[in-house]
Each structure stands twice: as C-alpha cells, then as structure tokens.
Ligand binder design. Sequence first.
Ligand code: NAG
Ligand code: NAG
Ligand code: NAG
Ligand code: NAG
Ligand code: NAG
Ligand code: NAG
Ligand code: NAG
Ligand code: NAG
Ligand code: NAG
Length: 458
Amino acid sequence: MEVQCFRSIVSFKMFAVLLALLLSCFSFTPAEAYDALDPNGNITIKWDITTWNPDGYIAVVTIFNFQQYRHIQAPGWTLGWTWAKKEVIWGMMGGQTTEQGDCSRFKGAIPHCCKKDPTVVDLLPGTPYNLQIANCCKGGVITSWVQDPMNSAGSFQLTVGSAGTTNKTVWVPKNFTLKAPGPGYTCGPAKIVKPTRFITADGRRVTQAMMTWNVTCTYSQFLAQKTPTCCVSLSSFYNNTIVPCPTCTCGCPSNLKQLGACIDPDLPHLASVVSDGVKSNSLAPLVQCTNHMCPIRVHWHVKLNYKEYWRVKVTITNFNYRMNYTQWNLVVKHPNFDNLTQIFSFNYKPLTPYQNINDTAMLWGIKFYNDLLMQAGHAGNVQSELLFRKDKSTFSFEKGWAFPRRIYFNGDNCVMPPPDEYPYLPNAGSRNNASIFMLIITVVIGSLMKTVDHFSFL
Ligand SMILES: *[C@@H]1O[C@H](CO)[C@@H](O)[C@H](O)[C@H]1NC(C)=O
Ligand SMILES: *[C@@H]1O[C@H](CO)[C@@H](O)[C@H](O)[C@H]1NC(C)=O
Ligand SMILES: *[C@@H]1O[C@H](CO)[C@@H](O)[C@H](O)[C@H]1NC(C)=O
Ligand SMILES: *[C@@H]1O[C@H](CO)[C@@H](O)[C@H](O)[C@H]1NC(C)=O
Ligand SMILES: *[C@@H]1O[C@H](CO)[C@@H](O)[C@H](O)[C@H]1NC(C)=O
Ligand SMILES: *[C@@H]1O[C@H](CO)[C@@H](O)[C@H](O)[C@H]1NC(C)=O
Ligand SMILES: *[C@@H]1O[C@H](CO)[C@@H](O)[C@H](O)[C@H]1NC(C)=O
Ligand SMILES: *[C@@H]1O[C@H](CO)[C@@H](O)[C@H](O)[C@H]1NC(C)=O
Ligand SMILES: *[C@@H]1O[C@H](CO)[C@@H](O)[C@H](O)[C@H]1NC(C)=O
C-alpha cells in the first residue's frame, strides 16, 4: 500500500518542501551527527600507553576509520588536542607536530613540541625507517572500512614528558579535534577503557598496554559542507532529452568565468593554464567551466530494457584539474538494488543498516584498473554498467522510477535535478494528480518508515 502511494507522487518539488518542513519539526543540532546509511560509522582514536618513563610515558596512538564509505583522502588527517597539564612531547615516530611551540624553559635536550594544544600530522610515504612505526607514514590517507579494511587505520608514537607516570596520576588530554582533511568531525571526550591486548605475529604471546583510552569522532555533513561538490545528470533510452546537472549547483559560471576562476577546456594553451593553476597548491578545486561548476558529476543513463532485466550505465566525471581521486566511492540508493544481478568494472557491496531494506549500494573502483579517478581531461572519468532483474510488482519506467533516489560521491551528497524535469516516457499519459492531503500522508508515513535521513535537507 505504502509503495503504491509513493509511486503516485508526482510533484516531487512539493515532496522536497514537505519533507523539509517535516524535518524542521524534529529538533536536532548539527553536533548530533547521524548518518542513516552508516549509523555506527565513526573514527576511533585509541591511545595505548606502552611504557611508563621517569617523567611520563610512551604511547602509540591509532586512528581507526570505522566508517563504511567515508575515507580520509590526501592531504590527510590532522589531529589536535589540549594537554590537561604541562605535558610536552619529547619525541615522535610515524608522525610529527606541525609546530614546536615555545620550548625556552628547557635547557639541554629540547622537546619535539611544547605547545599546550599540539597538532599532529602523518609522515609521508618514503620516510626513513628509523622514524617509522607500523601502520604509519601514509601521508594521512586512511581508506574506508569497506573498501580496504587493511588500510583503514593509521598510527604514530609519542614520548610524553612532564606527565603522570602511573595510571592514577596520568591525565587524559582534552578537546580532541580531527580534520580529515577539512572540517566535519566532532570528537567526544577521551574514555579510559580496558587496556588493549596485543598478540604477537606468531600468536604465541600476548602483551598488554599499561593503560588505554579511546576517543570517538563522528562526521556531520552540516559541519563539513558549505557548498555541494557533486551533482547528478540523467538520461534514458526512451527519451532523448539529457537532463543536465542543475545550473549553479556548485557555483555560477557567469560569475566564475569572468573572475577566471574556472578553466575553459577549449583554451589554446590549456595544459600550461592548468599547470599554473595546479601549482598554486590550494585545496580548493580548480574546475572546468560548466553550467554546474561541480568538481564531480555522476551521470545515470537508463540504457536498455529487456523482458526480465533492465540495464543502467553510470559514469562519474571529474571536472577538477587539481585532484586525482584515489579510492573514490559512490553510494547509490535505488529500490531495485535488492535485485542487482550483475555489475561490470566496479566493486559492489550492499549497505543494509536496516536489515530488511536492501536499496543502497556502495560502488568503488577495481584496484589498479579504475580505482583512481584521474584529474579533469580525457581520462577523467570512470564508468560501469548495472544489470537489474525486474520485480514485476514494483518495476516501472514511469515517473522517474528508474532513476536513483540519492547519490553520494566520497560520502558527499550529490545534487539531483528537480524531479519534474526527469526524462519521461513519451505518451506517458496523464501524470496523475495526487491530492495534497494524500501527499502529506504519504510523506509522513514514508519518512517515519524509512527513518529520517538528514541529508535530504541539503
Ligand atoms: C565505532 O564503530 C565501531 C565499529 O562499527 C563500533 O563497534 C563502535 O561501537 C562505535 N563506537 C561508537 C562510540 O559508536
Ligand atoms: C591501574 O593499575 C592497577 C594495577 O597496576 C589496576 O589494578 C587498575 O585497574 C588500573 N586502572 C586503570 C584505570 O587502568
Ligand atoms: C578546543 O579546541 C578548539 C579548537 O582548537 C578551541 O577553539 C576551543 O577553545 C578549545 N576548547 C577548550 C576548552 O580548550
Ligand atoms: C576502544 O577502541 C578500540 C579500537 O577501536 C576498540 O577495539 C575497543 O573496543 C574500544 N573500547 C571501547 C570500550 O569502546
Ligand atoms: C594525477 O596523476 C597523474 C598520473 O599519475 C599525474 O601525472 C598528475 O600530475 C596527477 N594530477 C594531480 C593533480 O595530482
Ligand atoms: C541485497 O541484494 C543483493 C542483490 O540481489 C544481494 O546480493 C545481497 O545479498 C542482498 N543483501 C542483503 C543483506 O539482503
Ligand atoms: C528481488 O529481491 C527480493 C529480496 O531479495 C526477493 O524477495 C525477490 O523475489 C526478488 N525479485 C526478483 C524478481 O528476483
Ligand atoms: C522527454 O522528457 C522531457 C522532460 O525531461 C520532456 O520535456 C519531453 O517532452 C520528453 N520527450 C518525449 C518525446 O516525451
Ligand atoms: C490535476 O488537477 C488539477 C486541479 O486539481 C486539474 O485541473 C488537472 O486537470 C488535473 N490533471 C490531470 C492530468 O488529471
């Protein structure tokens, strides 16, 4: 019944407005980050004190990325905290603080960092072995839990002085901050937990940390995002209209073109203009001039209709000259994913936070083949085809059913075209009218059933 109601919604614009109204009734603050597609996703920072020293301790700090699809890409994580007392960092391995701070009170040996609020970054690959520890030196890049669990953690080691030297006198640091690389994460307080047990590689001996504390950080798109970074365009075999990304999704071409803030791909000296722009070493995208100005566009093409199956082609295009997206991923929501039969040239994993609903897929590239989405240009795209088995009770080419409900690229929401512009079947006949009352009822039921997804706000 509910599905039937859903399918009768025509004015999706109305739907969005109503949903927004509905959501505004739920009071939640941005700090209460919650991702409906990855409800348990978090980054956990674990401090293991491995040795007590005469004036402090040695700790191994490990950052675990327990998020299904959100990873930490170049230029990597930055971890900060505030010392509770007058602690200093004598030395570090596998990481470094960005500033030493004022160490003038020390004579003789000078600490690595005397700041009250140190900021730590990872070392780069290729660091000399005597500065490395296990799991370090990846330039701060940490993969998502699903894509590459082996590389979903990173570590560094600290020698801390002027600190407590027993588990009774030591003070846990406060006010942890994590940038990965931009804003978006909020970290809770450090909690003292059961000391970690380490098992040797041969499994024949178990050692134990002197003391362990955990800090949990969660992501919120509200904190992270100022403007969108990704948009969706649509097309189908049954209608030759290509519905482009909404104009000005990520910026307006008329303004940016004048400022020279985007790159015209038809320029005669494109390569040199691009390399000049890339050299400026900024984090901001340097994009091709398009109507949407987004660094990333995802195109969904409904390609073929068979008796029992239907086929979709997905293309991700990079318009950013300043970024090769390593280990990119896509999260797509469509009701037919529970009958996905075949997928070509991408990896696939269903994301099913609510056991009974299997409508969300995580897609990512195949290692050494298309896991690198190259910078803007002729090689700046990756594509795949998906084959779905039709479930006769729900399948339809009408009313945009064949198009995705939601898409995320690297965890960021991709802006969809307004649903009343979706390509539709020729002679689809009456786009039937649902009363406003029915719409509201449907929206309310639908939202309650599907759990409120905060992202629909954006
Ligand atoms: C963090 O994620 C891990 C793995 O999903 C989970 O076991 C743990 O409970 C989460 N921590 C918090 C505080 O949610
Ligand atoms: C501190 O160490 C003592 C023994 O050395 C142990 O019994 C106690 O549980 C530890 N406390 C914490 C918080 O780790
Ligand atoms: C915590 O850190 C943030 C950013 O580094 C800073 O603005 C804030 O004042 C700090 N709070 C405390 C209690 O130290
Ligand atoms: C602390 O973090 C580690 C690593 O993620 C985890 O194995 C452990 O269960 C956590 N402890 C608690 C009490 O959450
Ligand atoms: C992207 O990768 C290619 C090939 O590895 C390299 O030539 C290019 O400089 C990289 N571009 C950026 C912006 O890092
Ligand atoms: C979801 O559907 C896919 C495609 O049919 C299937 O391979 C997968 O096992 C399903 N997952 C769950 C948890 O039902
Ligand atoms: C689609 O998947 C669902 C859930 O896995 C299953 O119950 C149904 O029979 C499938 N439909 C077809 C046409 O394969
Ligand atoms: C194709 O879809 C568009 C809406 O995006 C519509 O304006 C157009 O009339 C459709 N074409 C045909 C042949 O139905
Ligand atoms: C939709 O409803 C409006 C007013 O309620 C009516 O004028 C219009 O003819 C209806 N359209 C269709 C296709 O039924």
